[in-house]
Design a protein around this ligand. Structure first.
Ligand code: TMP
Ligand code: ASP
Length: 253
């Protein structure tokens, strides 16, 4: 059998050519990185868990009419997705102050925000993903004003959906990051949710204890990351049968 073509390798995933034109295979690695790869590790089982969790969230979004790139899960680590032209901006929605917002403005982590706050970051590792304004994005050609409006609308719908899904299992969605991509349906172009939706790209706190179940466990050395993601999958009822216990991550540099 011919080896399939690798198109792109990122920090947490690999994209391969798909079986049909307009499709790709997205492979989830066990690699964990933070602070733009200044901290790295391999967390056994993370890829399998994120593949399931992203499937679960994107499937739900597809079902309520929020368009995503997700087509179907192929196996433990791979999913079939629609090929998109990625917009080089990350959209962050925040419900509760945490992370860089708390640092930048000196707002205590855990403070409720008066309304969901949207921020854009440029996807550029060399520049460390700087925050950008809509004016920067339009002037430098990263997205049109119409794209940005669509991205905000998509991000708010994902935020509402995910807030509800997580609240139902006793978890508060503190913030999230999505990426979007352009697709063409005949002569019409539109943006859809792309990349992944997983505890790598959002903050999830237990509603009563505030215990963290997201990548901050790794960023801040708060415990076992695979155990945290396993708990999310368990609560949502999507725990893969072969993941019964989490394996301790080993730091490689
Ligand atoms: P921040 O507080 O570090 O700005 O992150 C806000 C949210 O966005 C948090 O849930 C983590 C997520 N995020 C990513 O997934 N990738 C990134 O590169 C950044 C900066 C944030
Ligand atoms: N900047 C993100 C983080 O701090 C992602 C990364 O660098 O891999 O987690």
């Amino acid at each position: 059998m011919a080896r399939r073509k690798k198109l792109f390798e990122g920090k947490a995933k690999i994209l391969y050519e798909g079986p049909e034109p307009g499709t790709l295979v997205q492979y989830f690695k066990d690699d964990a990185t933070a602070f733009n790869s200044r901290k790295k590790s391999v967390v056994d089982g993370k890829g399998v868990l994120n593949n399931r969790l992203s499937e679960y969230f994107m499937n739900g979004l597809n079902m309520i009419g929020v368009p995503t790139h997700f087509i179907k899960r192929i196996n433990m680590r791979e999913q079939l997705i629609r090929q998109v032209e990625i917009i080089p901006l990350e959209v962050v929605v925040r419900n509760v102050a945490a992370g860089s917002l708390s640092e930048r403005f000196g707002i205590e982590e855990g403070s409720a925000l008066p309304r969901p706050m949207i921020e854009f970051y440029l996807k550029n590792d060399e520049l460390d993903d700087p925050m950008v304004t809509e004016e920067h994005a339009v002037a430098f050609g990263w997205a049109s004003q119409h794209d940005l409006d669509e991205m905000v609308a998509l991000a708010l719908r994902v935020n509402d959906f995910l807030s509800g899904v997580m609240l139902a299992v006793g978890i508060r969605l503190v913030d999230l990051k999505i990426e979007t991509g352009r697709v063409w349906d005949n002569d019409f172009q539109r943006l859809i949710v792309a990349d992944e939706i997983s505890p790598d790209s959002c903050r999830l706190w237990d509603i009563t204890s505030n215990r963290k179940f997201d990548k901050d466990v790794f960023r801040r050395d708060l415990g076992n990351l695979a155990e945290a993601y396993t708990e999310i999958a368990r609560r949502l009822g999507v725990l893969p049968s072969n993941i019964t216990h989490a394996v301790k991550p080993h730091v490689i540099n």
